[in-house]
Design a protein around this ligand. Structure first.
Ligand code: CP
Length: 302
C-alpha cells in the first residue's frame, strides 16, 4: 500500500507499526538536532484546498524533520481559481518530479479519486466530512501515551458527529485498537448510520462523561452546517458544552481531548481546555511524530 486514504483501509498491525515508528521519531524530535536524513531523495507536495493550521504545519514540519524536499500549494492562490481540474493540477505538480502528495480537500472521497487517477503516493489530510486519518492516529497515540493503552478504554466523541471527519476516523481507529466507543450529541448532529458502526449513542452529556475515560470534544462545524440541523449555539453550549463544574462532579478524572481549532466557550470552556486534564497540545505535539512515521513508512513503498 503506498497511500494513506483512511483508517478504514488499515488493520491493527498497521497502526501498531505506525505507533512504534512514531515512538522512535518522537525521541528524535526531542533531541537538540531534530532531523534525520531518511528522506533526502523524496519530494513531497502539500496540497491544501481547505484551510488548516495544525495539519498543514505539522505535515510540513514532519517532512522537513525527515529531510524531504517540500513544496506547498494553497488552492486559493493557485490556477484552480482559473478553472484547472484537480487531476490536471496534480499531474502538473507531479511532472516536476514530486513523489508524494498530502492533500486536504472539501469533497469526501477526493483522496481515493486522486489515487486512482495519478501516479503518486497520496496521504489524505482530511476529505470533507469523510476521514482525517492522521488526526485519528495522533489522537489514539495520545490516549496510548496518557493511559498506557487504548484497549478497553471508554472513549466518548462529543458534538457535531454528522460533519466530522475526525469522528469517523477516530471510531475506526479506536475500534481497531479495542476501545469502547460512544458518540454524544444532539440527534440532529448524529448520522443515522452511526449505530451500524457498533458505537453507542448517548444524547445526555452528563451520562456520557460518567461512563468515559476519555472525552474527545469536537468543534461545531458551522461552515458545513445546514442551519435547519442545528440547535442554537446557546442551546448547544448548555447541553453539550463541557465545563469545570461538570468535570468536578464526576467520580474520577477523565482525559479531555480536542482536535482543534477550539471554539472557546462553545463546546469547551477555557478553564477545561487549559487544565491539566486536557491533552490538546500533546495531541498537536504527537501529530509531528505520527506524520513522520506515516510518511517514512509510505516512502519505503515508492
Ligand atoms: N485538527 C485539524 O485538522 O486542525 P486544522 O484544521 O487546523 O488542520
Amino acid at each position: 500500500v503506498k497511500h494513506l486514504l483512511g483508517i478504514k483501509y488499515l488493520n491493527k498491525q498497521d497502526i501498531e507499526l505506525i505507533f512504534e515508528t512514531a515512538d522512535q521519531f518522537k525521541e528524535v524530535i526531542n533531541r537538540p538536532i531534530k532531523k534525520v536524513p531518511s528522506l533526502r531523495d523524496i519530494t513531497i507536495a502539500n496540497l491544501f484546498f481547505e484551510n488548516s493550521t495544525r495539519t498543514k504545519l505539522s505535515f510540513e514540519l514532519a517532512e522537513k524533520r525527515l529531510s524531504a524536499d517540500v513544496i506547498n500549494f494553497s488552492a486559493s492562490q493557485s490556477s484552480v481559481k482559473k478553472g484547472e481540474t484537480l487531476v490536471d493540477t496534480v499531474n502538473n505538480i507531479l511532472s516536476m518530479k514530486v513523489d508524494m502528495v498530502v492533500m486536504r480537500h472539501p469533497n469526501p472521497g477526493a483522496g481515493v479519486f486522486l489515487a486512482k487517477h495519478v501516479n503518486a503516493s497520496i496521504i489524505n489530510a482530511g476529505d470533507g466530512a469523510h476521514e482525517h486519518p492522521t488526526q485519528a492516529l495522533l489522537d489514539t497515540y495520545s490516549i496510548r501515551e496518557k493511559l498506557g493503552k487504548v484497549k478497553g478504554k471508554n472513549v466518548v466523541i462529543v458534538g457535531d458527529i454528522l460533519h466530522s471527519r475526525v469522528a469517523l476516523s477516530n471510531i475506526y481507529a479506536l475500534q481497531l485498537q479495542g476501545a469502547n466507543v460512544m458518540v454524544c450529541g444532539p440527534r440532529t448532529l448524529i448520522p443515522k448510520y452511526i449505530k451500524e458502526l457498533g458505537v453507542t449513542v448517548e444524547t445526555n452529556l452528563k451520562h456520557a462523561l460518567e461512563w468515559c475515560d476519555v472525552a474527545n470534544m469536537l468543534r461545531v462545524q458551522n461552515e458545513r452546517m445546514d442551519i435547519s440541523y442545528f440547535p442554537s449555539t446557546r442551546e448547544y453550549t448548555q447541553q453539550y458544552g463541557i465545563n469545570k463544574e461538570l468535570l468536578n462532579n464526576l467520580a474520577k478524572d477523565i482525559v479531555i481531548m480536542h482536535p482543534g481549532p477550539i471554539n472557546r466557550g462553545v463546546e469547551i470552556t477555557s478553564d477545561v481546555a487549559d487544565s491539566k486534564q486536557a491533552i490538546i497540545l500533546d495531541q498537536v505535539e504527537n501529530g509531528v511524530a505520527i506524520r513522520m512515521a506515516v510518511i517514512y513508512l509510505l516512502a519505503s513503498k515508492i
